[in-house]
Ligand binder design. Sequence first.
Ligand code: GLP
Length: 252
Amino acid sequence: MKVFVEKDYTSLSKKGAKIIEEVVRNKPDCVLGLATGSTPLGIYEELIRLHRLGGGIGLDFSKVTTFNLDEYCGLKKTDPQSYHFYMWENFFRHVNLKPENTFIPNANSEDASQECVRYEEAIEVRGGLDLQLLGLGRNGHIGFNEPDEHFVLDTHVVELSADTIKANSRFFSSEAQVPRYAMTMGIGSIMGAKKILLVVSGEGKEEVVRKILQERVVTPRIPASILHLHPDVTMLLDYKIASALGGLDLCE
Ligand code: GLP
């Protein structure tokens, strides 16, 4: 795992977008795995800026396919808290991605297990993920793969942990409004990506980052720890978190 400590959120976002830009420029028909949450917002903003560059150098998404990591169960696509809404609002509608090339799990499907299989197959049919963008939950979750006794490999429905419900309640009017279940790509789906970009920013993540980087134990109790076993992971870490840990230097 390559770790870059970025001086602030802007530089973390610019660097993250640059890594994604490189993948898109090198392979215009690439397949990107996308994430939600507060952390990737700056990356999406920067990608939109790159897309809008004039003089024929704007970043072209017309051949790109995207697969989102997860979606809440029980929210309509039009619900402002749904990840469908988030993606359209914060990214898709601002760039030239073709709607038919954007995939988000249908967490309200009548047959959830069939939808999970369909999602895995769709990723495979498109040739697999060239890059997976990940945020990090305060409890170490990636996508909605929550701390557990074991890793779940494929796309599945998960019961959200009390910690995640609490952390994500900031987007809802109350904790009671946060859905209790979600559909998420599994650890195998994520680890199948050729390249992984893990961006870490936000409150209350120092302890989990310390465990991942300093204890270096791979355990389903900290789902992101599995990323130590992937050959091409870049972690972009906010300086605020890194400085709380000590021993991590600022990168250019
Ligand atoms: C949600 C998402 C995750 C995301 C996490 C962290 O639970 N399912 O994919 O990484 O939140 O979010 P934030 O970036 O807002 O801290």
